[in-house]
Design a protein around this ligand. Structure first.
Ligand code: MLC
Ligand code: AMP
Length: 508
């Protein structure tokens, strides 16, 4: 019996001495060496008592070993649950408990608190640092470097990724082997990735973009990655001449454009620049073309579905659009109330169906039923329209969501915390335009009568429980929140009112 995900992405490279990861210290890891390390780690997972279908939660810095942990999970049939390194212990506690993870792998620097938390929640705990050291790899050193791949079916779970909800509670999106594999195959073909590609990889590997798009596509094509720990402008400029392709969130591209060293010469040899996870401004698209001669290829996806649409490789890459549905993906624009398809050119909610669409939310049948129709269409919560040529334009969101530098932030989670603070009657959290992050978080607080809440104390309270990227960049105290006749807070009015708060003053 086979293990489709492992066999197709990893196992097929066994024995290949071709470069897989180019590292910042100048070193290179071959496909073969990477797989041997993954096999050693797979032995450790088995030794720790993990069985096929068990969950492993990993909150670890980006490193070759962290990627080998993903490969090891695939090989041992374990469900991989990667977690944002910015999550606080409070946030982690929910993910570990909700997923029932049997093993938690965390940073040695936080071993005390994460070890205690894991024990409390009935999970074992191992460490893995950004430099590859830790109890996990120390144990792996003593293990054989080949492992009998555990058989899996295409419909078996490969990964859980948590995505927040509009109610403030995160949901574990269950992704099968077939979900991941079908999307990787489609993207390799659509974007023409080959074994000659060297992808400049500066994204985190705990989200869909960096792990399932960038990494799986490279693996499926048999190419290599310049594997940077994070987005660092100096390192990117230095590595670009050795890359053929790059994937990033719009912030990557605006930061590059802000630097005069990013020139046409530096980008000329590149085959492809891809953007996604947040809207790429038309202006950025045009500036990029003017500077480099390249048209960024924008695509659209999400945690529950991987990639849904993409601009064409050969045809016109149209600014302000996310292109066409990918082969095998059906896309409808529907009335959010009735679910009926709207007329061509009208705005509605985007629904998608295809082999890429996830299996449902872990142990949340009601939430799954609310978002995944019986006929297989997933209700994305994004608002869009088809232009006259069939290109999909995303025009807004039917969900209360902020996307900051490619990270999703759900206002409800922050509002629940703010409403609990001394002197606060109610609050509204909105996203406002930000020159670097695209959008950023603004908190508006209405005081209880006679009280004067302290924005600094409120910011400190956020720091205790919420990941840094979710913290409001400003907390403003206002008299009241605008409401419609139904009593619902009109966030659009607030967004208009504070739209220029973080915009640079116009120069004259
Ligand atoms: C870091 N910070 C952020 C932030 N990233 N704050 C808000 N939004 C973010 N995205 C914090 C830091 O902790 C720091 O806090 C301060 O902001 C400034 O940090 P920085 O050094 O400027 O940030 P940097 O480390 O350079 O990170 C910015 C970034 C990074 C854009 C490079 O956020 C990033 O790599 N984003 C990619 C996210 C991603 O992969 N999304 C894909 C999701 S999958 P302090 O304390 O110093 O002030 C998905 C599906 C799909 O959406 O379609 O792909
Ligand atoms: P996540 O839940 O983190 O996977 O984020 C998915 C969301 O990111 C989508 O529902 C969209 O709202 C947004 N998104 C992804 N790609 C794009 C894009 N190219 N343009 C606009 N929004 C995007």
């Amino acid at each position: 019996m086979s293990n489709p995900l492992y066999d197709r992405l990893f196992g097929c490279h066994a024995g290949r001495m071709s470069p897989f990861l180019h590292l910042p210290d100048g070193g290179t890891l071959t496909h073969d060496a990477f797989l041997r390390r993954a096999a050693q780690i797979a032995h450790v997972l088995t030794a720790r008592g993990l069985k096929p279908g068990d969950r492993l939660a990993a909150q670890v810095q980006k490193s070759p070993e962290a990627l080998a942990l993903y490969a090891a999970c695939a090989q041992a049939g374990v469900v991989f649950l990667p977690l944002n390194t910015a999550y606080t212990t409070d946030e982690l506690s929910y993910f570990i408990e909700n997923s029932g993870a049997k093993l938690v792998v965390g940073d040695p620097a936080r071993a005390d608190e994460l070890g205690a938390l894991s024990e409390k929640l009935g999970a074992r705990f191992d460490t893995l640092a950004g430099d590859g050291t830790g109890s996990l790899t120390a144990a792996a050193d003593d293990e054989p470097d080949s492992f009998d791949t555990v058989p899996r079916e295409a419909d078996d779970l490969a990964a859980f990724l948590y995505t927040s909800g509009t109610t403030g509670r995160s949901k574990g999106a269950m992704l099968t082997q077939a979900n991941l594999l079908s999307n990787a195959e489609t993207l390799v073909d659509h974007w023409r990735f080959t074994a000659d590609d060297v992808l400049l990889h500066a994204l985190p590997i705990f989200h869909t973009h960096g792990l399932f798009v960038a990494t799986n596509v490279t693996l499926a094509a048999g190419g290599a990655m310049i594997f940077l720990p994070k987005f660092d402008l100096e390192q990117i400029l230095d590595a670009l001449p050795r890359a053929t392709s790059m994937m990033g969130v719009p912030t990557f591209y605006t930061r590059l454009l802000d630097d005069p060293r990013f020139t046409r010469d530096l980008a000329q040899h590149m085959r492809l620049f891809i953007s996604g996870s947040a809207p790429l401004l038309e202006d950025t698209h045009r500036q990029f073309e003017a500077r480099t001669g390249h048209r960024i290829l924008e695509r659209y996806g999400m945690t529950e579905t991987n990639m849904n649409t993409s601009n064409p490789y050969d045809g016109e890459r149209r600014a302000g659009t996310v292109g066409f549905p990918l082969p095998g993906v059906e896309l409808k624009i529907c009335d959010p109330e009735t679910g009926a398809e709207v007329a061509q050119g009208e705005v509605g909610q985007i629904e998608v169906r295809g082999p890429n669409v996830f299996k449902g939310y872990w142990q949340m049948p009601e939430k799954t039923a609310a978002e995944l129709r019986e006929d297989g269409f997933f209700i994305t919560g994004d608002l869009g329209r088809l232009d006259a040529d069939g290109y999909v334009q995303i025009v807004g969101r039917n969900k209360d969501l902020i996307i900051s530098g490619g990270y999703n932030i759900y206002p409800k989670e922050i509002e629940l915390l703010l409403d609990d603070q001394p002197g606060v009657l109610e609050s509204a959290v909105i996203g406002v335009p930000h020159p670097d992050f695209g959008e950023t978080v603004l908190a508006l607080i209405v005081p209880q009568p006679g009280e004067t809440p302290d924005p600094e104390a409120i910011t400190a309270a956020c720091a205790e429980t919420l990941a840094r990227y979710k913290h409001p960049r400003k907390v403003l105290v206002i008299d009241e929140l605008p409401r419609n006749t139904m009593g619902k807070v009109q966030k659009n009015i607030l967004r208009d009112r504070y739209a220029t708060l973080f915009q640079p003053a116009p120069s004259n």
